[in-house]
Design a protein around this ligand. Structure first.
Ligand code: XCC
Length: 669
């Protein structure tokens, strides 16, 4: 087999190379063999009915091509885009629904393995939802919060609750263009209806609904999920962890949790260190049990417990190829079906746990919140039982990197002013003074179609060199972590002079790991807080802020890109555009959305152009806001103030210079 190396991670490359010599097939090989169909890739294929599939191609296809029903290319491309947004929103939001039902079960004392960990966050959320909380039993407040969130899914009229969290001016734009989502499920259902054969044919009208659906994700499903996870498991604060394949241990049971939902993973975290489990592992010849994560389940438990991550999406097969994973347990989303087949070449057992997601060749141990601990123990025991079967096959790669994760909106405010004066003032001042040129949200997947994780690394290095602060989520964070970029030293060595000064003053890395894909909602609340702080834009639109997903592949990423665009953030995605076949659709998603919402959705395969486009957007926003022109090393007089008490608090609990590592006062909920 001719196996090209397609990952930019050194350890990943070594494992791919090992696989090449052992006749293993991975997503990198399949991506090489399976070239994308250029018609489908650019959004010109319509298969919503069985008169087709119709291919809208040819000379002047934009104007002249027609499907059997007469659909034009812009209609087809817009429909395809809307369906992607709806699918991505459904994924995040169904995850959120499960979280809401878990919270309800906790409030009703129906489950014993979960509790409300962060009461302050519960009260903050209750306040946002206009739910009375003072003097009431915690469970009563939690029940009202859960039920209010559940209503957000099924509401038929009105608006989802968290819309009111957005800046007033941003909301006014949404109202003007009719994109305030009513209920999460309703908007998704309507998207599927509108894209049926013979319903909505106007590209702009279809795409406008796309933004409405996307807002139901960003300010609905994703935000609900983030907040409930914080309530149940704690609002993240900086914590040390490690990344890459070297997190696996040769002499311990290696159990990997992969997927997205934090619930079962949290119970596994709680259970794995129990003496009964350790004894069981020892009885099988292991020194202990080593828990690690992958993709966004990893991000969830890394952010709250410092559990190490083996990396992002393209690392899942490579992890199995180390030969060191005893059990890989998966729930939903971004699980490659290939892992079940691949695991047969090793001793690794793949365990599916969600009632929604099964895989041939995997063991199914179904999780539900009523028997969480029991399921966790069963999985841990299975991993221990499998330890003695570990063979010598495998690449046995051992490189790993330290990282700091755990930056929530609450913590970022706390670190800029302490418990009593938490704010975003220092960050806004640093932007106004030109120390920080702007902010980039780095999100999205890693993708075997490109030098996987390599574009993330290129973009972040260049951005921080240009004094751009980065907030990262999902596999973008994993890519940075596995490259050793999520440490404060990254700022010292690579950041421009202004950003370096800020990072040193506050004690943070230049890339702040905010969590999982659903935690892109934290970026929305951070930019909202920046708008409320004053001195920059009064709305999200117009901020010197850009979203980048250089290696996206999932429909969820498309939903994220669309809700950022609707919220006022210009977004740049890598790779070829999935609507690139239609000029009209491309124009609507860029120029028209920029005019209406101050956000835009671009696709740009060239990483250098992606970078330049991001810097141009940031500089134009600075100019419009009449901020001083960005010049490296030349700042205004505004100072970056750090509350000294907060700083001392941080340093007291710091294992890595200037980085807070837990143990601090709970950030103000
Ligand atoms: Fe999946 Fe969240 Fe993409 Fe990673 S980043 S490949 S969606 S795991 Ni969200």
């Amino acid at each position: 087999m001719n196996k090209p190396i397609k990952s930019a991670g050194t350890s990943a490359e070594e494992i791919i190379e090992w696989g090449k010599n052992h006749d293993m097939e991975t997503c990198f090989d399949r991506a090489e063999k399976m070239k994308p169909c250029p018609i489908g890739e650019s959004g010109a294929c319509c298969k919503v009915c069985h008169m087709g599939p119709c291919r809208l191609v040819g000379k002047n296809a934009e104007k002249e091509a027609r499907g059997v029903c007469g659909a034009t290319l812009p209609t087809v491309a817009a429909r395809n885009m809307l369906r992607m947004i709806a699918a991505g929103t459904a994924a995040h939001s169904d995850h959120a629904r499960d979280m809401a039902f878990t919270l309800l079960a906790v409030a009703n004392e129906e489950v014993k393995d979960f509790k409300i960990t962060d009461v302050k966050k519960l009260y903050k959320v209750a306040g946002l939802l206009n739910i009375e909380f003072e003097g009431r039993p915690v469970n009563d407040v939690a029940r009202d919060v859960a039920e209010t969130f559940i209503e957000d899914f099924v509401r038929q009229k009105g608006a989802i609750n968290y819309i009111k969290r957005a800046p007033k001016k941003t909301r006014e734009r949404w109202e003007k263009w009719g994109i305030v989502p009513r209920g999460i499920d309703r908007e998704i259902v309507e998207a599927m209806h509108r894209t049926n054969i013979g319903v909505d044919h106007d590209p702009d009208h279809l795409l406008t609904h796309g933004l409405k659906v996307a807002l139901a994700d960003g300010w609905g499903g994703s935000m609900i999920s983030t907040d409930i996870s914080d309530i149940l498991f704690g609002t993240p604060r900086p914590i040390k962890a490690e990344a890459s394949f070297g997190i696996f241990k040769e002499d311990e049971v290696n159990l990997i949790v992969h997927g997205h939902e934090p619930t079962l993973a949290e119970v596994i975290v709680d259970t794995v260190g129990e003496p009964e489990m350790i004894e069981y592992a020892k009885s099988k010849g292991a020194k202990g049990i080593n828990l690690g994560g992958m993709c966004c389940t990893a991000n969830e438990i890394l952010m709250r417990h410092g559990i190490p991550t083996a990396g992002g999406f393209t690392n899942q097969e490579l992890g199995i190829m180390t030969g060191l994973i005893d059990v890989m347990t998966v729930d939903v989303q971004c699980i490659m079906p290939a892992i079940a087949e691949l695991s047969k070449k090793f001793h690794t057992k793949v365990v599916t746990t969600s009632e929604k997601a099964k895989m041939q060749g995997a063991i199914h141990i179904e999780y539900n919140e009523h028997r969480a601990k029991e399921v966790a123990k069963e999985i841990i025991r299975l991993a221990c039982d499998n330890f003695p079967n570990r063979k010598t096959e495998g690449s046995h790669i051992t490189k790993k990197f330290p990282l700091i994760g755990g930056f929530s909106e609450e913590y970022i405010a706390y670190m800029q002013g302490g418990k009593w004066r938490a704010s975003f003032r220092p960050l806004n001042d640093a932007i106004i003074a030109g120390r920080i040129r702007g902010v980039v949200g780095l999100a999205g997947c890693d993708n075997p179609r490109v030098a996987s994780t390599g574009i993330h690394k290129y973009i972040v290095k260049e951005l921080i060199k240009n004094d751009v602060l980065i907030v990262s989520t999902g596999c973008g964070s994993a890519a940075c972590g596995a490259a050793g970029y999520l440490i404060p030293e990254m700022a010292l060595e690579n950041a421009g002079p202004g950003l370096r000064e800020v990072c040193e003053a506050i004690g943070i890395p230049p890339i702040l790991h905010l969590g999982a894909c659903v935690d892109n909602s934290r970026i929305l609340t951070i930019v909202t807080a920046m708008a409320a702080e004053g001195g920059l834009s009064e709305e999200i639109g117009g901020m010197p802020a850009v979203g980048i997903a250089p290696e996206w592949m999932s429909e969820k990423a498309i939903a994220i890109g669309a809700y950022f665009a609707a919220s006022g953030v210009p977004v740049i995605f890598g790779g070829e555009s999935p609507v690139g076949s239609s000029e009209e659709v491309t124009k609507i998603m860029t120029d028209v959305w920029l005019e209406r919402f101050k956000g835009a959705f671009h696709f740009e395969p060239d990483p250098e152009k992606m970078l330049q486009m991001a810097l141009d957007y940031i500089d134009r926003a600075r100019e419009t806001l009449k901020l001083r022109k960005y010049e490296p090393g030349k700042f205004g007089t505004e100072r970056v103030l750090m509350d000294m008490a907060a700083r001392r608090e941080l340093e007291k609990h710091t294992a890595v210079p200037h980085a807070g590592v837990g143990g601090i006062n709970e950030p103000e909920g």
